[in-house]
Design a protein around this ligand. Structure first.
Ligand code: TXA
Ligand code: MG
Length: 338
């Protein structure tokens, strides 16, 4: 299959393909999504096939207006409306109760719930508006690869497997949205941390549950996607812990074992430890989680193209703003620290 590249002046072609039930990748502020008509079972099948995604992992439906959700979800609480009002368009996904028979059954993987997000990207919003249906879209990577933050990443993974890619430049957030379950009897639960933090959510609706650690509290429902290994590059990743042996010793240790090192860190660290035979990728000028989030996935992909056999990555503060960054980095590292 030919994968066509579209820019903002060629959206009409992308709209036509989506209306015909084809799949097209599009930019959002978090990561690129692989979109298909969320009411068309066959279109959604193509999304799962192109990514090699397990069928029991549900997809987020992307809308261009909060009221669009009402056609597909029911029992929408006052709190859910307040959150849409405060954070949409933006990196917040809400899990709501599905209306029966409205969204294609493979979007929800047969669950009674359905998830929605309104992306903060003008091209995404225009596509959704012109298609006239919500677009089901997981991240537009091959399953198991880091999510794509540029059109080039999507092309690398899915060339020949999808009908098109709308190029809207690099994603401005760089990590996937916060996923908030609004259907749990104990109250709203964060299933995946993202750029919208618990603090921000609580400022609008009061108490929000946030299970700690990679492995969520077993007493709340998990996002089915959490059980799959995500975001892992080929090379082992070690987090260089602030309380550990430090950069100098960590580098010496792995070099003595014959490893070719890739440094994934802020410029402050790179300036001190870059040397011949070491590859490097910058997470930004200084240690800052918001900035580093924009570069994490490109960095992990970058090292797949270099001779690095091991990646050493900088630990950042995992306070409110850094939680999503450290969550993704810990997954990539399988929690390995030095
Ligand atoms: O920022 C994002 O959220 C990006 C962009 C493209 O919007 N999308 C994204 O989709 O990250 P995906 O499929 O890679 O991750 C969606 C996550 C998965 O962990 C999935 O299991 C969970 O959301 N999810 C979706 N619908 C759900 C539901 N009804 N119940 C529980 N978890 C759900
Ligand atoms: Mg994904």
């Amino acid at each position: 299959m030919e994968t066509r590249l579209f820019d903002r002046t060629h959206l009409t072609e992308a709209v036509k393909l989506l209306k015909k039930g084809e799949v097209v990748a599009f930019p959002t502020e978090t990561v690129y999504g692989l979109g298909g008509d969320a009411t068309n079972f066959e279109a959604v099948q193509k999304i799962f096939a192109a990514k090699g995604r397990p069928g029991d992992n549900p997809l987020i439906s992307h809308v261009c207006h909060a009221t669009q959700v009402e056609d597909y979800a029911e029992k929408i609480s006052e709190k859910a409306y307040q959150l849409m009002d405060a954070f949409w368009p933006g990196p917040l996904t809400l899990i709501l109760t599905a209306k029966k028979g409205k969204i294609a059954s493979n979007v929800t993987a047969g669950l009674p719930t359905v998830s929605f997000r309104m992306p903060d990207n003008p091209l995404a919003l225009e596509l959704i508006k012109r298609v006239g249906k919500p677009l089901a879209a997981p991240s537009a990577n091959t399953s198991g690869k880091p999510s794509p933050t540029t059109a080039a990443h999507v092309l690398h993974d899915l060339k020949g497997k999808i009908s098109g890619i709308v190029d809207g430049g690099p994603a401005t957030v760089g990590l996937e949205s916060t996923v908030l379950d609004m259907t749990h009897p104990r109250g709203p639960v964060i299933l995946r941390p993202g750029a919208i933090t618990r603090e921000q959510l609580e400022a609008i609706i009061g108490s929000v549950l946030q299970p700690v650690g990679l492995h969520l509290d077993t007493t709340v429902p998990k996002a089915p996607g959490m059980k799959y290994k995500h975001y892992s590059p080929k090379e082992p990743v070690y987090i260089v812990s602030k309380k550990g042996i430090g950069w100098e010793k960590a580098i010496a240790h792995f070099q003595s074992m014959g490893e070719h090192i890739g440094l994934l860190a802020s410029d402050l660290v790179l300036a001190r430890f870059c040397a011949d035979g070491i590859d490097s990728y910058s997470l930004g000028p200084k240690p800052d989680a918001t900035e580093a989030s924009k570069h994490l996935y490109s960095g992990l992909r970058f090292f797949e193209q270099t001779n690095a056999t091991i990646i050493l990555a900088e630990e950042l503060d995992d306070g409110e703003a850094g939680l999503a960054f450290m969550n993704r980095l810990e997954k990539a590292a399988d929690l390995k620290r030095i």
